[in-house]
Design a protein around this ligand. Sequence first.
Ligand code: PAF
Length: 300
Amino acid sequence: MSQIGILGAGAVGQLIGHQLAASGTLPMLIDRQLHAISELLTLMDLNGNPSTLRFTKPEYNSPPLGKLDLLIVTVKAYQVVEAVTRVLPELSPHCHLLLLHNGLGPHEQVAAMLNGRGLTLGTTSQGALRLSKYDLKQTGSGLTQFGHCMGPAMAPELKASLLSAIPGSEWVEAILPALWQKLAVNACINPLTAIHGVCNGELADDAYQATIAAVLRELVEVARTQGMALQEESLSARVYEVIRLTASNRSSMRQDVDHRRKTEIDAINGYLVSLGNRHGVATPTNKALVDAIHALERRF
Ligand code: PAF
């Protein structure tokens, strides 16, 4: 049977851990220091059904990472390169990597480090709130997409395990356009909810309409410089659909700000601003959001 590891024990890592375990594939959950998590984890799913889970504890200080067939990296965007650098020497040469985080950019550096290993990229709109360190409440359903990035393709049985475990998940042939669409969702929802201290659903209010439209207009122009043809209307429809589906959710950036943690703004709106600067596309609305989040972070 294939061995799956999850590197990053935050909300997304724990949620996917619960979902894999519930479908019969108990993964190894590892923190950024490469310690296996062995605490009791609890989840309240969207239907209010509670479940508990205790991940098997291999050797606490040195989990057998060399036995993994797939490592799902769920750390924050700004932690990806450091976490992958730390874990790679422990992995077997055939271990496949899957990056699952908000924003874009880190995969460009990771791709250069893999030494022939395969890389898949993914994105999820599932929402989850950590009530305490290992006590999770799922707060939103939503699409999860995976797709091949480089090197050997993910083994079919690993793909099947992921797709059967994660509700609303799909495999896409072209992952980069899917990641750009998710970037559009995060570029609108995350900074606005964090700055105004509101839940995702409140962004349906007319007061946010002009900013959301401007963020998307700039994103479409920046994406064009990357050979990515995106339509503002369909992006807008997707953003408002996620706002509706995750209405009661506190976005990950709002949770980061509430807990005085560094946010993923540099890999989301910041990524757009830096590409815009490089290619001569003006991004004043995204820049204003980046500046506002940085100002909040400076207070921590
Ligand atoms: O970052 C998040 O919070 C999520 O990606 C999303 C989809 C915006 C839902 O809250």
